[in-house]
Write a protein of this length. Sequence first.
Length: 305
Amino acid sequence: MDMTDTKNVLLAGATGVFGRQVAEALAAAGHTVLGLGRGPGNDVRADLTDRDALLRAVDGLAVDTVVHAATALARPPMRHRDMAATDVLRTAGTRNLVEAAQAVGARRMISESMVFGYGYRDFGDRVLTEDTDVYGPTGQPPACQRHLDAMRVKEELMLGTPGIEGIGLRFGLFYGAGGTDALVAMLRKRKLPAVKDQGRVLPWINLADAARAVALAVDGGVPGEAYNIVDDTPLGFGAHVRAVAAAFGTPKPLDVPGWLMRPYSYAHTMVTTNMRVSHAKAAAGLGWRPEFPDCAAGLRDLAAR
């Protein structure tokens, strides 16, 4: 990259599992990264939900691009209430971050969204696209609707603020370095069953491939547009767990029916969703394609490392 193309990027969530990979991808692309978060590993320390503290923390900074990759998840969410703090980051936190972006003169904002924003339900064999399917639809059960409303608000704020070039990246389920470790540990202790998928599939994406999409979005893409970032091969959650076990040589997980997950309300909702998503728009608009076309390939690479 020509150094004249170098951007100062403020990365919210820089110390998270995904944020660390995004920081590496941005640095590899020649950009200067300032990490934003509450912890000591950040260059700019502030809580996104504290507007006044956030604005004080960014005072005096000159930033070209702001990336919102912050969540409040220390571990995989099992119940709907586990998503409450992340939903607040998607709404109040995003409003504050947009104001901070305006204060530092940022031209562009990149939103980490997710494919579940299309809805938690069985879409059958239909392939979802950004331009034909509603993001954050209404009419779902109240617990799910709270997450959908928050995802929709986050995207609307990031993509629709005047003077800001907003890009939305709707990621599949993450796996990869830092994201698969917990599954491997549970499988080795025989504490993770594999739900019977019964034909259901979900979109997946390797964390490194996802981070590369963020780096491409710093200069690429059409402002105000969203792009699905998923691999080529949707896979049921149970099948993914089995693929992890195969790649890492752990004991084979026990197959269990989906209804056993009902006490874990969010996890049950997730594993019983059936969704296929196209990434054709990202290929055309961002020049992005996954290095790992499916989870099996990505997991084998991860295990080899």
